[in-house]
Design a protein around this ligand. Structure first.
Ligand code: ARG
Length: 493
């Protein structure tokens, strides 16, 4: 005999374990159990204020809800016999307060708007944690960058030495990427933090519910206007997963570099031991395992995103049970991301960069030949393509001295560089790493002065973002404080 309050009267027949395990969302609902208690409280406050539930009944129910709020949702509510945590909590409340009281909590509500509300609350909280972690990561990147404005290293394209940059410039590239991740998630939050509550099953309800009130009490920015959209849509989950996929893709790229940089070939970085593992057989090994798992995490989250969006694709309006099957993908996708961001921050903060090795490689592999060609253009008025041919030809011949360059100049330009006044000295100066860097001083360039300016701007941006989250968190906790105050009043506690 099923003990589920929802199912009991309408349906008969034992359900097999297979059927129950297929239908139950209990495992995934662990993520929303505490949000469900808040949702119950807000709904009951509103039902009481609207005189839909009598205050005596409300008092008894609210006391039990308070008890759950303070000591946690009891284990019995998670009994796999219940379809989900909503049925579980309602069953426990009804058992404790009796059917005449417990049976009133669900007035004007369906599990459809209830679950959507819980999902949004939990997702919002997870996003806020991620946003905070992103500001910590960005702050680490800015601090480390500040110490390395003149730390030269090669920049790569196609993983081949390309042009000299600085470590600061390289780190600021990532800071910029993570700042966009912040923007995306913060913007997503606007669409996540809306209340479906009061939409009931799909067509709202005839009771005089106060939807803005429950939205306010739960810290939502606004209500979702359309009751069918409110219960049927999961784009808030898809969007969060998409944002996290992009964020983890950026983390993955950074980790890939740390892995390459920490190899014996490259030796640009020595990662702190705590982020590394050794081999059970090869005693010499120090493997960058944390960076490797972080690199793979993007795949996991992308998988969750693809699963989630594929589940929604093709669903007719409004609620369909398929939507329940999306929830585990949502939690699997977004839950570990805060940790991942913090781990990357810790790994960078504790990393030892090998400045000598970076400097050694900065000028290798012809990284400054672009600047040599540019110098021929700027100072000797040679067309860029011709200069590119002259220098490229010298690279092929294996020497960048004046004699070799002159040979190419004759071939591609019809006159020697010497005849134009080019000296070995001017060649050497153009080929120096510091020249190459210092002339690239446009906004966004690697020249130390440009990077200094960028750092100032990035710090300002970061401060603004920190304030944004702070305001959002304050607003939400003020709402929840108000909810608890009103709930306490009703429970007469
Ligand atoms: N556990 C369900 C979910 O996560 C709650 C809604 C169930 N609604 C229904 N009509 N069966 O989607």
């Amino acid at each position: 005999m099923t003990r589920d309050v929802v199912r009991k009267a309408r349906l008969s027949g034992e359900r097999t374990e297979d059927i129950e395990s297929l239908l139950s969302s209990m495992e995934a609902d662990r993520n929303i159990a505490s949000s469900d208690v808040l949702v119950d409280m807000a709904h009951l406050v509103m039902l009481t204020r609207q005189q839909i539930v009598h205050e005596d009944h409300a008092k008894t129910l609210m006391k039990e809800l308070f008890y759950m709020y303070e000591s946690g949702v009891p284990a019995e509510a998670f009994d796999p016999l219940y379809e989900d945590i909503h049925a579980g909590i309602e069953t426990v409340l009804t058992r404790k307060t009796g059917g005449d009281v417990g049976g009133r909590l669900h007035i004007g509500r369906s599990r459809n708007d209830e679950v959507a509300t819980c999902l949004r609350i939990r997702t919002r909280d997870i996003i806020l944690d991620q946003l905070e972690a992103l500001t910590r990561l960005r702050s680490v990147l800015l601090s480390v960058a500040e110490d390395h404005i003149t730390t030269v290293m090669p920049g790569f394209t196609h993983l081949q030495h390309a042009q000299p940059v600085t470590l600061a410039h390289h780190l600021l590239a990532y800071e910029q990427m993570f700042s966009r991740d912040f923007d995306r998630l913060f913007d997503a939050l606007r669409r996540v933090n809306c209340s479906p509550l009061g939409s009931a099953a799909l067509a709202s309800t005839g009771y005089p519910l106060d939807r803005p009130l429950t939205a306010d009490l739960l810290g939502f920015d606004r209500i979702l206007e359309n009751s069918m959209d409110a219960v049927a849509s999961r784009d808030f989950a898809e969007e969060t997963l998409a944002c996290d996929t992009m964020l983890l893709t950026n983390i993955s790229r950074f980790c890939e570099e740390l892995i390459i940089w920490s190899s014996a070939f490259v030796q640009f970085v020595n990662l702190d031991d705590r982020y590394c593992s050794t081999s059970s057989i090869m005693p010499q090994k120090k493997n960058p395992d944390v960076a490797e798992i972080l690199r793979s995490r993007a795949g996991t989250v992308l998988g969750s995103f693809v699963s989630a969006i594929t589940i929604v694709k093709g669903l007719p309006m409004a609620y369909n049970r398929d939507l329940q099957d999306l929830n585990p993908h949502l939690w699997r996708g977004i839950t570990g991301v805060r940790r991942d961001i913090d781990l990357l921050a810790g790994m960078i903060e504790s990393a030892e960069f090998n400045l000598e090795r970076m400097a050694e490689e900065a000028g290798r592999g012809g990284t400054t030949t672009t600047e040599l060609a540019d110098t021929l253009v700027r100072e000797f008025n040679i067309p860029f393509r011709t200069a590119h041919h002259i220098v490229g030809n010298a690279v092929k011949d294996g020497s960048l001295d004046l004699v070799t360059l002159d040979r190419g100049a004759e071939e591609f330009y019809g006159k020697t560089l010497s005849s134009l006044g080019v000296t070995q000295e001017s060649i050497d100066s153009a080929l120096s790493v510091s020249t190459s860097l210092s002339v690239r001083k446009l906004p966004g360039g690697p020249a130390p002065e440009a990077v200094q300016d960028a750092l100032v701007e990035r710090r300002k941006e970061l401060e603004k973002d920190i304030e944004l989250i702070c305001d959002k968190k304050t607003q939400i906790s003020a709402s929840l404080h108000e909810l608890l105050t009103q709930a306490r009043r009703i429970a007469q506690l």
